[in-house]
Design a protein. Sequence first.
Length: 296
Amino acid sequence: MQEMTAGDLSVTIDEATGGAIERFTHGAFELFRPVADFRLEAEHGRAVGAYPLIPYANRVARGRFSFGGEDFQLGLNFAGHPHSLHGNAWMRVWSVVSATSTRVHLALDHRPPADPPAQWPFAYRAEMIFALDAGGLTVDMSIRNDDARPSPAGIGLHPYIAREHATLLHFDADTVWRNGIDDLPLAREAVAHHWDFSCARSIGDTRIDECYAGWGGSAHVIWPSRELSLSVSSGPPFDHLQLYTPPGHSYFGLEPVSNMPDAVNRMDEVSDNGLRVLAPGETLSGRIRFDVEPTR
């Protein structure tokens, strides 16, 4: 476990539990709400505030895909869920490359067949660097294809952001992928109705679990009663934003990701699906920034 502090902010990184952000706090307030999601079996019920999405974000339909002339079957890694979710980096123990009171550098090497091919059939090296200052947290993420063949790859981060009464959310996006009854993208639509957060508004009680495209890399969360805000910003390759608002819970997911759900099965039909094909030795990397500011 690695602790960082800067001003009123503190962050705890748990390298043994998927390289997760266990806590991100402003004073006594949990900006990321630690959640013990029973579906994340590899976490053994341990609560975390955010975890990495590597080597792909979101779903792979029924864990099956074809790539490079081969057919692959991934393990179904979420309890009771018909699809494979969020890659395997959250399931693994990461190595600490270096650590100080304001910066933590982690690395993970996935090497099939010594490491389970059913988690992911391609070898890769992932790295994350967490840097904390008095204004916020920066997360640098990367994945390098260490296989001898081209590999599909994506990255992202899944924070559980604190959700209180009247918590406001604001971001712009061009389109949203509406899910079907199988929780997979069914149709791409202009952003409207309960999916629209172009003006800051309460999340409400509507369940949303959809992926936005063209979100501009900027989103804002406001807690009016605490006179505090959290700004989420990123650039390429995080061109998609997954919003998850489970009713009745004290958190929501606001996930900057490179690829849409089930992208590996839609590479021929959706040109901006977001999944990259990395040549051997090639790296995909990006940065996400969380700025914490008073609103008064």
